[in-house]
Each structure stands twice: as C-alpha cells, then as structure tokens.
Design a binder for this molecule. Structure first.
Ligand SMILES: NC(=O)c1ccc[n+]([C@@H]2O[C@H](COP(=O)([O-])OP(=O)(O)OC[C@H]3O[C@@H](n4cnc5c(N)ncnc54)[C@H](OP(=O)(O)O)[C@@H]3O)[C@@H](O)[C@H]2O)c1
Length: 271
C-alpha cells in the first residue's frame, strides 16, 4: 500500500450517506467509493437512490454502492431506515448526515410550515438518526480508527446571512452546535463528529441559482476564491475526515466555502 493510500484509504469501511442520490451527498458517496468503501445511499425517493447506486457502481471504483428508500423527517421513517441499514450491515464506520431541505420566502410571508419542515429534517432527523445508529457506530469504533460522523452544516450557519432562508440558517447553526456537543460526548466512545460548512455547490437545492454556467459564474464571483465549489472540494474533505488522516479530528466545522466564512465588509483604517 502506498503512503497516500495508507493515509487516505477508506477501504473495507461501510458508510451511510443520506440524500446521496443528488448533490453534495453524491459527491461524498463517490469519494468514499473511490477510497474503497461500501456506501449505503438512502433518501425519500428510493428508486432514485437505487439508480444512483447503479450509476456509481458502473464507474468501476474500488468500492460498492447500495441504494434504497429512507425518510428522516418522521420517527417511523427513521426507524424504517435504521431497519434497512441493519439488514445490510451490523457495523457502521461512517455516518454522513447529508439529507437536508431549505425554504425561502419574504420575512412577512414566511410560512409556519416552512420553519417546522426545515428544522425537522435538518436538525431533528439528523439527531435521531445518529442516536439510533450509535450501536452500529460503536461496533466499528476503535482507539486507532474511530467511527466517523460527518454532518452537513453550511456557511449560512456561520455567517449572519439568510437570503430569505430563515429556518435554513437557524437549522445549520443548530447543526454546528450539535456537532460540537456530540463530538465531546462521543469522544469516549471513539466516534468523531465533524461538520462540513460548505459555500455554494451545484445541487438540486441550489439549482435555482447555480444550474447554468452563467449562474454558477455569477454566484462564484461573490466568493473570495472566485468560484463555486467543485466535487473534488467535497471529495478531499470527505476522505480526510473519514480516513486515517482525520482520525484525531473531532468537533471541527470545516469551512469548504472559498473564504466566505472570513468574508466581511469592514475596514476601519483604509479608505
Ligand atoms: N449545495 C450547497 O450549496 C450547499 C451548501 C451548504 C450546505 N448544503 C447542505 O448539503 C446537504 C445536501 O444538499 P444539496 O445541496 O446536495 O441538495 P440536494 O441535491 O437537494 O440534496 C438533498 C438531499 O436530501 C434528501 N432529502 C431531503 N429530505 C429528506 C428526508 N426527509 N429524508 C431523507 N432524505 C431527504 C433529498 O433526496 P429525496 O428528495 O429523495 O429525499 C436529496 O437527495 C444539505 O444538508 C444542504 O443543506 C448544501
């Protein structure tokens, strides 16, 4: 095994990535498969997950994918998803809490349901799925190679900008704080807990603003590094946090945002 393989391989590991038929979840799942992992892909549209798994398996990576239905928005949905996971594995090395939804509206018209739905999937679902899968994570955990949880936060959970997505920004700030509280609580169980705080990436959620090249370039021009995120940006952070390379990192909110988390409009002494 080469030095790089030894450091960044996830070979032999089993991961669950929620919401991985599309967007950032799919980018993470692809990276884990390139690194040699078996990746379980689950979201509400089970057919899309099965199809995504088929497409990812056809890439000929070292890993393997298995896609099926799973809904993290209800207690019953989480129980059913956990049962599906348990049919396939008795240990989980990596839990990628990626499933998420957003809602945008003017403040004066922001619907009650648009708050509840987003908090429910992004925070409540993440918390309870994690809690339910602790036995599987603990079974995979060791001193040398902890089990890994990666939560999807957002730069919008760090920076005070809402762009009309009030419940979304609040939910992502909650994800960041939950990541830190669980990180210290789970350290003794040899489970690391970290979060990604991405800037803009192409996905179904951001298609309204990033789908075309022109739109992507326009949004990218607002980012300090001058572009939107690419699949390799997610892949690198995924393999880092989930391999030997990241085994001593916990409680981190990783800014994968081209500098947006340090962006500000202030200048005290220059014109
Ligand atoms: N793209 C960005 O710029 C960006 C930036 C920062 C953070 N994020 C975060 O990254 C994560 C992935 O989002 P994305 O941008 O890749 O958008 P996306 O393509 O819309 O992906 C979201 C995924 O979540 C799944 N999902 C939604 N509700 C679910 C539920 N109740 N149960 C299970 N799965 C559910 C969806 O699949 P189904 O419809 O089949 O359920 C979908 O595959 C989210 O947490 C998002 O907040 C994205």
């Amino acid at each position: 095994m080469s030095y790089l393989e030894d450091l960044f391989s996830v070979s032999g590991k089993t991961a669950l990535v929620t919401g991985a038929a599309t967007g950032i979840g799919r980018m993470a799942a692809t990276a884990l498969m390139q690194g040699g992992a078996t990746v379980l892909i689950a979201s509400r549209k089970g057919h899309d997950c099965a199809q995504a798994a088929e497409e990812l398996n056809a890439l000929g990576t070292k890993g393997r994918a298995d896609g099926f239905g799973g809904d993290v928005s209800t207690e019953e949905g989480i129980a059913a998803l956990v049962a599906e996971v348990r049919k396939r594995t008795d240990k989980l090395d990596i839990l990628f809490n990626n499933a998420g939804v957003s809602w945008g509206a003017e403040l004066s018209e922001f619907p009650y349901s648009g708050w509840a739905k987003v908090l429910n999937v992004n925070v409540t679902g993440l918390f309870h799925l994690t809690r339910e899968l602790l036995p599987e994570l603990e079974r995979a955990a060791s001193d040398d190679d902890p089990a890994r949880i990666v939560n999807l936060g957002s730069v919008m959970g760090t920076q005070p900008m809402a762009d009309g997505a009030y419940s979304y920004t609040a939910s992502k700030a909650a994800v960041h704080h939950l990541t830190r509280t669980l990180a210290i609580e789970f350290a003794g169980r040899r489970i690391t807990v970290n979060a990604f705080a991405p800037g803009p990436f192409q996905s179904r959620m951001t298609a309204f603003a990033t789908a075309s090249d022109e739109q992507a370039a326009h949004v990218g021009s607002r980012v300090p590094l001058g572009r939107i995120g690419a699949p390799s940006d997610i892949a690198g952070a995924t393999l880092y946090l989930c391999s030997k390379a990241g085994s001593y990192v916990t409680g981190a909110i990783v800014p994968i945002d081209g500098g947006q988390s340090v962006q500000h409009g202030m200048s005290l002494f220059k014109e």
